[in-house]
Design a protein around this ligand. Sequence first.
Ligand code: BGC
Length: 768
Amino acid sequence: MRKSKSLFITALIFIAVFFNCKDSKKTMTNSNLDENIEQKVDSVLALMNLEEKIGQLVQYASGGDLTGPESSRGNKEKASKIKKGLVGSLLNVATVKEVREAQELAMQSRIKIPLIFGYDVIHGFKTMFPIPLGESASWDLEIMKQSAKIAAKEAAASGLNWTFAPMLDVARDARWGRVMEGGGEDPYLNAVIGVARIKGFQGEDLSNKNTIAACAKHFAGYGFAEAGREYSTVNIGENELHNTILPPFKAAAKAGVATFMNAFNDIDGIPATGHKILQRDILKEGWNWNGFIVSDWGSIGELVDHGFAKDKKEAAIIALNAGSDMDMESHSYGAHLASLLEENKVSLANLDDAVRRILRVKFQLGLFDNPFKYCDEEREKNEIYTKEHLAIARDVAKKSIVLLKNENNILPISKNVKSIAVIGPFADDKNQPLGNWRAKATYNSAVSLLEGVKEKVDKNTKIYYEKGVELTIPTVKPGDNQFMIPLKMNTEDRSGIAKAVAAAKKAEIVFLAIGEDAYQSGEGRSYTNIGFAGLQNELLEAVYEVNKNIVLVLSNGRPMDISHASEILPGILVTWHLGSESGIAIADVLFGDYNPSGKLPVSFPRNVGQVPLYYNQKNTGRPYSDIHVTYAGYDDSKKTALYPFGFGLSYTSFSYNNLKVDKETINADGKIILSVDVKNTGKVAGEEVVQLYIRDLVASIVRPIKELKGFEKIMLQAGETKTVSFTIDKEVLQFYTSNKKWEVEAGEFLLFVGGNSTTKLKRKITVE
Ligand code: BGC
């Protein structure tokens, strides 16, 4: 009897798999379900018992040996659950060997539903690209897509099929460590970058062996943690939610992102993980999105810590009803959903909906075709960290650098300069450039600044290298993961400063590599001091005493307070944490092999007291204190940014002329073409990011003084002029109005164009 039942099940799966082989080469779009996949999902769902359905909603972290002699008790338990079909996904398993081992266990389960394997592939897998905030400074959507594509290819070659990226949290508070992980302070920029990254990860066809499922996170509001305190509460109203926080997520849903992750925070008292309006009403129903939502790590269980559920059982009710489909590591669904169904506290319909969503993504990935399709040792050996990938990483890195100051054209410097001092804790650091969330990067594998400089200069150029100070006192062994382990700053050992001063004295120019450790930003890394930690200020002052010819090469994962340095130093390059090819990419810019083209995706504040600081503030009843007017907004500080959003210099200069509209009045469905002539007025070729901002002058709710609505990055030869056009239509002019709808309201709008968010070049239009 038993045997014949299992044969029957196998036959049904075979039928599902057979059809899938033929027709699964399609990526779902949000509103467009693939009939074929739906039928297969239904056929598998019909085979599943309650335990197996709940199992699909369970995600465990794992790593290491699941079944062999080294296997821990925890891993053995997980292995036995996988074999019983009680686990739907694993995270943090990331080699072909480990993935294969786990998938083999899943294939021993009754109906053999493959596991999906997730990992934080945030800015590269082994070939590291700039941290997402850095990459966003390139304003180059094509290269961001490209870097996500390579990250996906390497992850897929290592057995993975799902990344927990991109992070789409609009982030305006430099104290918040996770600023590094997203696209900065602007909703539009986050949206278009998010879509580019999703397309890079997922490609045209999720079932392709080189593509993986992406995850739009954290839904929603996490970037607005009060005072930048990690995991803190979020107090925002409907206007902020719809007009600022949700647009990148809406764009991601529209682009067909396979999964979403919810968030740790509450919004106005409702934890995101238990937020039905957000997850069910807005995302799943409102946006007609058909992927699945994974909780953030433990966030279902944390409903108890929020004081929103009395225990994990109640948390499971709230989260499932709210639309959280998969439980990452809180062990609430696995433990309680069966009894909750019996007690009628959760509905079978909600359970089935979650299972269906998860199965759908597994079908789209082609995992039912071949559960081991990502398990290819040859690919793992040959397709990761290749020369080709590194070359692209270098390209992305150089395009992500932002030149903030270049007094008297101190840069670029000649390759046969007589002498250079390369000074600072990051001057010869091969580890920091790899950044936080570095997936499988090899410790100490980046090109250091010193190495990059050495590769560029003439053989007669003298290079003096001195560290000057250690920024931190090690708290982990070299190579161990510093994730979540507090850093200890060095505040005492000054023994290297004298040597750094001696080096600076001998050199024509100093490259001063200071800033932030890779682990000063990222999850759990909120700081109240966003200036130079440890003894770096002392180093700067001491070096400056003897040599004023200094270029600050800033390492950073957030907008830092660099006010003092900016006042006294002639050159400043923002180099973020640039990834594997960091040093050589920086050297490309320092020596003029690449003309910098990056623009800030976040405002750089004058001091920590100004944050949260962002260009697209709402207008106030006292508009003369508008952030773009140099009024003192504080008694002790200006209100303006030190370096505004969208700002970045080039080795050439650009002028904007002849801004015009093809008509001045339209109705709400109309369209205006705005055009401008951009000229390279300098002596070398260069790229400019031409930015479009709008301002809605009178509206049913107070609107921002400026909002980015478009941009184009163009290359201009010296003396060349190009006309850039933008279409002004409903997409650009609409917002979430007091009617709680996306609408264009009649009235006057200003259209601004320029090279950064402070541009004053504008035209007025009217919507009738
Ligand atoms: C983070 C997520 C991440 C998850 C899995 C959580 O702590 O907030 O962004 O994807 O861990 O590593």
